[in-house]
Design a protein around this ligand. Sequence first.
Ligand code: MRU
Length: 351
Amino acid sequence: MIQTLEWTDQGVRFIDQTKLPTEETYVTCKTHAQVADVIRNMVVRGAPAIGVAAAMGIALGVRDSKAETVGDLKRDLDLICDNMSKTRPTAVNLFWAIRRMQEKFERLRVRPIAQIKQELVEESKRMHAEDIAANQAMGRHGATLMPAEGGVLTHCNAGALATAGYGTALGVIRAAVEQGKKIHVYADETRPFLQGSRLTAWELMKDGIPTTVISDNMAGAMMKQGKIAAIVVGADRIAANGDVANKIGTYTVAVLAKENGIPFYVAAPISTVDLACPDGDHIPIELRNPKEVTHIAGRQMVPDGVSIENPAFDVTPAKYVAAIITERGIAREPYQESLQRLAGAEAKVEV
Ligand code: MRU
C-alpha cells in the first residue's frame, strides 16, 4: 500500500511526490514550518492529502510548543494555523482541517496541556483514517457509475497520492476494478506539473490497472474515437451550486465530454464541498511560479522574457457535471439541494 503521509514519533513522513516516478524517497518533517513548506512545494499535494498534512503539521507544532499556559498554547496554535493557511489557497480541505483542529482545541481548553497535545495528535491521526474510509465509501458508490468494460479518462492525480490512501477518482476506478469491471485508464499527463504522467500512471502501474498516458491535447481525439466511456476526476473545492475547481485543464475535458456525450463525474469527500462559497466565481485560484511552464525537467522551453500565465486550477460549471460522488452518496442536479442534503447528513463512514 502506498504511504502518502504518516505520523511517526520523529515527525510527519511524506513520500516525495516531486521525485516520482523515478525515485521513491521519503522526507520526514520535524517541525510545523517544514510541513507548511512541503505543502507549498508540492512534495505532498492533492486536496485531501493537503488537509491531513496540515492537521498533522498543526499537531506537531502544538506538541512541541514550549507554552506553559493554555492561553500561550492557543497563541502558538493560532500562529501555526495562520502559517499553514498561507500555503495553498484553492483546496478547501486545508481550511477545513485547520478549523477542525481549532475546534478540537476549543473543546479541550479546560484539560491539562499534556492531554490537549496528545488529543490533537490523535485527532490528526483520526483524520488520516477517516480519509481512507471516505475514499473507500466513495469507491463503492462511484463504481456503480463505471462501465463494465471500456476506457475511463482522468485528469491530474486524484489517487492514493492525493489523499491519505486509496484515492477519490482513482478510488472509484480501483473499486470498479475490484468488482471485476474491465477498465482501461487514460491518464492526461497534466501539464505543467505532470501529475497524470508522473503520479497517476505510477500508482496505477503498481496496482496492475491497465493505463495509457496521453498528452493533454489528445483527450478530445480519444473521446471522438470512442475510446472513452466515462470520465472521473477529483476536486479541490466544490461550490454550493456544484461548480467544481480542479486541476487546470479539467474544464476543457468537461466541455469536450459534453460535446461527445460522455458522462463527466467528480469524486470528492464532503470536506471538499464549500457551502459558504456560492459559485465558482468565488473560488480563489492559485497562481504558481511561471517556471513550472517555462521549464521542463530543468530545461528552458520558451524564449526569455515572454509573458507566462500559470493558474493551477480552473472551474468547471455545474452544468457539465453528470454527478458528484461523495462518501455519503451521489449528488446530482440541482446541486444546490443535493449537496446541501449530503453535507447536512450524518456521516455514515466507519473507521
Ligand atoms: O496542484 P495539485 O496537484 O495539488 O492539484 C490536485 C488536483 O487538482 C486534484 O485533482 C484534487 O486535489 C483532488 S485530489 C483527490
